[in-house]
Every structure is written in C-alpha cells, then in structure tokens.
Ligand binder design. Structure first.
Ligand code: PNS
Length: 158
C-alpha cells in the first residue's frame, strides 16, 4: 500500500483522468487528486472550487480516493498529504516529453519520484481543452466525462 498524489488542472476532470485514478488505486491503494489553484492567475472554465466539487462527484464511491485543491508546488502538496509518489497519466509521446521534464524537476526539489501510468487507448484522444471547446459550441461530450461534469457543462452553456 502506498499513497500517491495526482496533480492537475482538471478543468474539467474527464474519463481519461478517471481511468488513471482507477489504475493508481489498483496499483497503490490511496489516491489524492490535487486540483491546482493559482490565485494569482485565475483562468479556466470552472473555478478551483467547482473543479474540486466536480472531480469529487465524478469519483464518488471510490474507496481510498480523495480530492483537494492545492496552491504552489505540486511536490509540496504531495508532501503535505504524505504521498510516496506522484502519479501522472500519459496519453502519448507528446505528454511524455512534457511530463518527464516535470518529473525530473520535481525529483530534484524534494526527491519524490513520479510514476507514469498510460491511459487506456480508447481514452487517449480526450483532453479537457477540447471538451471545453466542444461543449461551448453545443457539441456532444457525454461520452467523454462523468455525469456530474456533463450536467455542469450543459448548465454552463444552456
Ligand atoms: O493538468 P495539467 O494542466 O497538465 O497539470 C499541470 C500541473 C498542475 C500538474 C503542473 O502545472 C504543476 O504541477 N503545477 C504546480 C506548480 C509546480 O509544481 N511547478 C513545477 C513543475 S516542475
């Protein structure tokens, strides 16, 4: 058993994220999802509070999984929750290029290591950015997100 921290923007959390959380639960046991809240740079579709609520509702019922927001460094937030590792999902080689640099930087700061989890191939095309864009134009996103996020997007663009 280990505790892992999964940081991200989660604006909004989607099925690819949920798959990575589920894999991390199977592999490690305890998962803390950390939603980045940068008070100096408010941006995005949903507020950090809304993102935490939507992620929590989307992951509801999963034992060992919790959601919180964090400010500052992901490594500090990981230490604050007693995480043994950071977990990041990978969709592609492009993700790897970004993530491996972040992993090296994070390890250099506190020594914490990052474990990469490849998402299931059927989710590899999903991104929060495109979900926001499709939903904003009234497109169908219900097959890409959990029901609470689909409802929140529908309400946002009603
Ligand atoms: O979902 P995202 O936007 O790809 O997540 C990026 C995130 C939040 C994981 C990354 O920007 C991050 O960890 N930010 C916190 C600040 C930090 O720790 N910066 C140093 C990274 S090496």
């Amino acid at each position: 058993m280990a505790t892992v921290f999964i940081p991200g923007s989660f604006d909004p959390l989607h099925l690819g994220h949920i798959d990575v959380v589920d894999q991390a639960r199977e592999l490690f046991g305890e998962v803390v999802v950390g939603v980045l809240h940068n008070p100096e740079k408010p941006s995005g579709m949903f507020s950090p509070t809304e993102r935490v609520e939507l992620a929590g509702a989307s992951l509801d019922g999963r034992a060992g999984v919790s959601v919180r927001d964090f400010t500052g460094l992901a490594v500090q937030a990981a230490a604050d929750v007693g995480a043994d590792f950071i977990v990041k999902g990978l969709r592609s080689a492009a993700d790897y290029d970004v993530e491996q640099q972040m992993a090296h930087n994070n390890r250099a700061v506190t020594g914490i290591r990052t474990v990469f989890v490849p998402c299931r191939p059927e989710y590899a095309f999903i991104s929060s950015r495109y979900i926001r864009e499709i939903a904003s134009h009234g497109g169908v996103i219900g097959h890409l997100v959990a029901a609470p996020v689909a409802a929140a997007l529908a309400a946002r663009f009603a």
